[in-house]
Write a protein that binds this ligand. Structure first.
Ligand code: F6R
Length: 609
């Protein structure tokens, strides 16, 4: 997730307006920033790594001439957060400046093709191919307009993008386009804007035009012209009047960031499916060679590791050891060695306990692999290989979208390793890959069809003093995560454990009406889990189940149930099955009058041990 912005003003300098808008988009990314303006037939650019205020202190972003320009605030996906990788990016001639939010999946092939015909790339970004493709289209046919050259270029792109482009060859225009990344236009009598999101221009205008996937827009002081990318046909769309406050706009109409981020998961999961194969393959190779693999993390990220240990074992026949980072040194500090591999999972990449475990393992010459949401974080700097999970910044303190993205990346790794080791047949592989592709849609369906039901369950159980969260197999990790969400934002003490453990102690807590939440995908554990439900029911527990659609056997035993579309393979089940648990925690917090975005005593990134 990055933020893009562009503006054309009848009077005055564009640069301070771009700067202000980028500040309002900083929630979308903040590892680098850049602006480009046009003045008297020349392109002016300032860009650098760092937060907007830091970069502004050094470069004075407002000091760029011209009434037209574009800007970008970055959340690195391809290429580290360095000045050279900051946007805008230019073509070889320095006549085309591009800002981009999204991921170009076929950028390696395009880059190779362009390099073969003499284009010289400066950055490691996927974005730069767009500038060179436009240059190529223009070189091939100089009579094309900027919009036409851009159309030719973007028809070659696979992946997601929202772009804004300026060039001194058409000095009064900004051309922008979108596919699967957000883009909105703001209009005023004396100015026009394009942006990733409404908050960017909300203090400047309340008239907005939402741009749809597959559309290109040309902006000028005369107005805007929307065309379909597929056939260049014109699209007529009038602006809408917004009555949002800036606070509402930032949360896109949701009452809290947490709910917004829960709803972003179909999109973030689509992003994690666009990871560069190269990084996944490299990490798979390290995992394949490893003698012992520790999956090290804290909190929610640890739950992703726990789920991953089932994925690696079931798919790739690789035994891994999930370890809570704060225990790593005590538990394994003496035995970890040159033959050990540590896969550290941390959305922030800065968690002190995780870094301490990694440092202990590094000192003993172990191989360090990292999975994080923040490229440029400490974890990325000390890992031999790292993968950026591409969830975009998460503002709510409770991890939601970063958790499901971690699961998605880890399951992709398990699948690749299984293939490399010849542990799954081609048919099985194709089946799992297809199911993985469908997960974003499945999550979307759950959000559309089950949220109201979860809300009612939250109302019913809001005063419960405690809950059990139970699952078997891979769902044990889902149960742990559901419990953590409820405890941390609704302040309800809860207990999670593998359902088979009930009769070894915890069942003594159960009395009439005690709420027990069961995670029940229809996998190999289904039958045994029914036994566990029966034993709780016999003691008067209220049974809440997350079941597969149409699972009448469990539905009839349950007091309340939430349904997940059927056909999700067991190893992928934590991704959809955790969604109702995130919603449940959110709505119980609301019922109990707590702010889910700011749970007491907690911070987003825990940098102390
Ligand atoms: C819970 C939560 C925390 C983090 C944990 C590790 O919602 O967010 O449990 O998962 O503090 O943080 P990272 O992943 O940044 O290492």
């Amino acid at each position: 997730m990055c933020g893009i912005f562009g503006c054309i003003l009848k009077d005055g300098n564009a640069a301070p307006i771009i700067h202000g808008a980028l500040k309002r988009l900083e929630y979308r990314g903040y590892d680098s920033v850049g602006e480009a303006t046009l003045y008297e037939g020349k392109l002016y650019i300032k860009k650098d790594q760092g937060k907007i205020d830091e970069v502004n202190k050094i470069h004075n972003l407002d000091d760029l001439p011209g009434n037209i320009g574009i800007g970008h605030t970055r959340w690195a996906t391809h290429g580290a957060p360095l000045q050279i990788n900051a946007h805008p990016h230019l073509d070889c001639s320095g006549q085309i400046a591009v800002v981009h939010n999204g991921i170009i999946e076929n950028f390696s092939e395009l880059k190779q093709e362009l390099e073969n015909i003499g284009h010289v790339f400066r950055s490691k970004t996927d974005t730069e191919v767009i500038a060179h493709l436009i240059e190529h289209a223009w070189k091939t046919n100089p009579s094309l307009s900027l919009a036409e050259a851009i159309l030719e270029a973007i028809r070659r792109l696979e992946g997601s993008y929202a772009i804004a482009v300026i060039s001194p060859k058409e000095p009064n225009k900004i051309v922008c386009a979108r596919n699967e990344s957000p883009l909105v236009i703001g209009v005023n009598e004396n100015s026009i804007y394009c942006a990733s999101d409404i908050p960017a221009f909300l203090p400047l205008t309340n008239k907005a035009v939402i741009i749809n996937d597959g559309e290109l827009v040309t902006l000028s002081l005369e107005g805007y012209e929307i065309k379909k990318i597929s056939d260049s046909s014109l699209v007529m769309r009038k602006p809408k009047i917004l009555d949002w406050t800036p606070e509402m706009a930032l949360k896109q109409g949701y009452p809290h960031f947490m709910l917004k981020e829960i709803h972003e998961q179909p999109a973030t999961l689509r992003n994690t499916l666009r990871l560069q194969e190269h990084y996944l393959d490299l990490m798979t190779t390290f995992l394949d060679r490893a003698h012992e693999v520790f999956l090290v993390a804290c909190g929610t990220s640890y739950h992703a590791c726990l789920a991953a240990s089932y994925m690696f074992s079931k798919l790739a026949f690789l035994a891994t050891y999930p370890v809570i980072a704060s225990e790593f040194v005590e538990q394994h500090g003496k035995s970890v060695n040159i033959d050990s591999t540590i896969l550290a999972v941390s959305q922030s990449g800065e968690t002190a306990d995780t870094l301490a475990a990694v440092n202990c393992a590094r000192q003993r010459a172990a191989t360090i692999l990292g999975l994080t949401n923040v490229i440029g974080s400490t974890l990325t700097r000390i890992s031999r290989v790292y993968i950026g999970q591409q969830s975009g910044p998460e503002i709510g303190v409770a991890a939601t979208k970063t958790f499901t993205s971690q699961l998605s990346v880890l399951s992709q790794l398990a699948l690749r390793l299984a293939k490399k080791r010849g542990k799954v047949s081609q048919d099985e592989m194709d089946f799992l890959a297809e199911k993985m592709e469908k997960l974003p849609d499945i999550v979307e369906t759950i959000l559309q069809t089950q949220e109201e039901k979860v809300k009612q369950i939250a109302k019913k159980y809001k005063d419960a003093k405690t809950f059990f969260f139970l699952g078997r197999g891979t769902s044990t990790a889902t149960a742990y995560e559901g419990r953590l969400k409820l405890m941390e934002i609704a302040y309800v003490p809860a207990i999670a454990f593998p359902a088979g453990e009930s009769k070894h102690g915890p069942i003594s807590l159960v009395e009439q009406g005690f709420p027990v939440i069961f995670i029940c995908p229809k996998d190999g554990t289904h039958k045994t889990l029914i036994g566990n439900i029966m034993e709780m029911k016999a003691r008067g527990a209220s049974i809440i189940t997350i079941i597969e659609e149409g699972d009448s056997e469990i539905r009839e035993l349950a007091d309340d149930y939430v349904e997940i579309p059927n056909g999700v393979p067991e190893v992928l089940s934590p991704i959809p099955y955790v969604i109702p648990l995130q919603l449940l925690a959110y709505y119980i917090a609301i019922e109990r009058g707590h702010n889910p975005d700011r749970p007491r005593n907690l911070a987003k990134s825990v940098t102390v041990k």
